[in-house]
Design a protein around this ligand. Structure first.
Ligand SMILES: Cc1ncc(COP(=O)(O)O)c(C=O)c1O
Length: 388
């Protein structure tokens, strides 16, 4: 089997040779049930030990939403890392694993009352917010908690923007900090998100400029900002090269030093994609082929509804098929998932060697925001996660 895959250098550079080799060896052991998400445990460990290293005093909280599988969370829970959660389901998995509350923060600006109560009773004391309604809930059900207000910032150049739903402008944020203080809460911080898969380094400039301005205004209003939570956003390689984490962090560190020069500011980072994305390879099978008026179609058993949801929002994966071609010529394919819904089209104009029905197809860099979005719509299978 390993021999039937011709991994081109460009693909190998995306996810690393050892991740690919482990995947192919796993497939070789036989009994493969697809779709399945293979996660390279060593790669996750490497990623988590790398992120945050370039920013002075940075504490890392893995954004659970990127890959909430118990297998991944168990692995991470044994390492020196915190967790960012949004909802009860994410808290449940962590509490089942015995993760202590000091390692958990919640940066969802709008949380349900039940979740607030449950997280607070578990011992979680760090929450984000961006509205008076959230202050009301938090002051009632999570008194004296540490709060960080979410700023609106541009997400230009991020492939998965997160700016439309949350965040307030600086003046409004100041009002919210003051209101939180007057309501039994401890407003200590500022947060933002530059957008996921962010390939525009200047988003961090604008975000930290706004945070700096707000911090000065808060000081004048008698509130000390001692925490900046810089969210996530680090990009990974899907098909093309991206900003590297080291360069991003060097840049962020400089920006923080220039703006918060007294050195007393704590920094929280919430990476998701950069921890698990390139550690995962989705292994699927070809279920059918068809020549249609608009070209060649390839149907596989992983699709928009059971793992590859981000493909409809701009993420372009790299696919590798078994090599059967004798001509060495690739065809142009439209790739579609297993449901009967015509929304379930993963990609167009994908250059691939023609596979046979039943062949395996690898979807590289598939570790983030895949199983977390997957549903059983139309009887489709949610990929199981296996650590290799
Ligand atoms: C509040 C918050 N923090 C962190 C993340 C993780 O972002 P990323 O996966 O881009 O690192 C997200 C993603 O949606 C988020 O909403």
């Amino acid at each position: 089997m390993v021999k039937s895959f011709k991994i081109e250098d460009a693909a190998a550079k995306l996810v690393g040779k050892s991740t690919l080799l482990k995947t192919l060896n796993y497939i070789d052991t036989g009994g493969l049930k697809t779709p399945v998400l293979l996660m390279d445990g060593d790669r996750i460990k490497h990623n988590i030990s790398t992120v945050g290293r370039g920013i002075d005093g940075c504490k890392v909280f893995y954004a659970v939403k990127a890959n909430p599988s118990v297998e991944v969370l168990r692995l991470l829970s044994g390492l020196d890392v915190g967790f960012e959660i949004s909802n009860q389901g994410e808290l449940n998995v962590l509490s089942d694993l015995g993760v202590s509350p000091e390692r958990i923060i919640s940066s969802n600006p709008v949380k349900s009352t039940d979740f607030i109560k449950s997280a607070y009773s578990y011992g979680v004391r760090y929450f984000s917010y961006d509205s008076p309604a959230e202050i009301e809930k938090l002051s009632q059900h999570a008194p004296n908690s540490n709060l960080y207000v979410r700023l609106a910032i541009p997400n230009e150049g991020s492939e998965w923007p997160l700016s439309k739903k949350f965040g307030v402008e600086v003046e409004n944020a100041l009002t919210l900090l003051t209101e939180a203080k007057a309501n039994n809460l401890n407003p200590i911080g500022i947060t933002f998100h530059v957008g996921s898969q962010c390939n525009n380094i200047y988003n961090w400039n604008i975000a930290l400029d706004k945070a700096h301005l707000l911090s000065d205004m808060a000081r004048d209003a008698g509130i000390t900002i001692s925490l900046i939570n810089i969210g996530g956003g680090y990009p990974i390689k899907y098909t093309k090269s991206v900003l590297n984490v080291e360069a991003i962090e060097k840049h962020i560190n400089k920006l923080i030093k220039e703006r918060f020069s007294d050195g007393s500011i704590a920094i929280h980072l919430e990476p998701g994609r950069a921890v698990v994305g390139d550690a995962g390879i989705m292994v699927a099978r070809v279920t059918g082929k068809a020549d249609r008026l608009d070209g060649r179609w390839l149907y596989i058993d992983a699709g928009v509804f059971n793992g590859l949801m981000e493909s409809i929002g701009g993420i372009k994966y790299t696919y590798v098929t078994e090599t059967r071609s004798t001509t060495g010529i690739k065809d142009n394919w439209t790739l579609a998932g297993p449901s009967c819904d015509s929304f379930d089209v993963i990609d167009k104009n994908v250059q691939l060697y023609e596979p046979e029905v039943g062949d395996i197809i690898l979807i590289l860099s598939g570790g983030a925001y895949t199983i977390s979005y997957a549903s059983e719509f139309n009887g489709c299978t949610i990929p199981k996660t296996v650590i290799v």
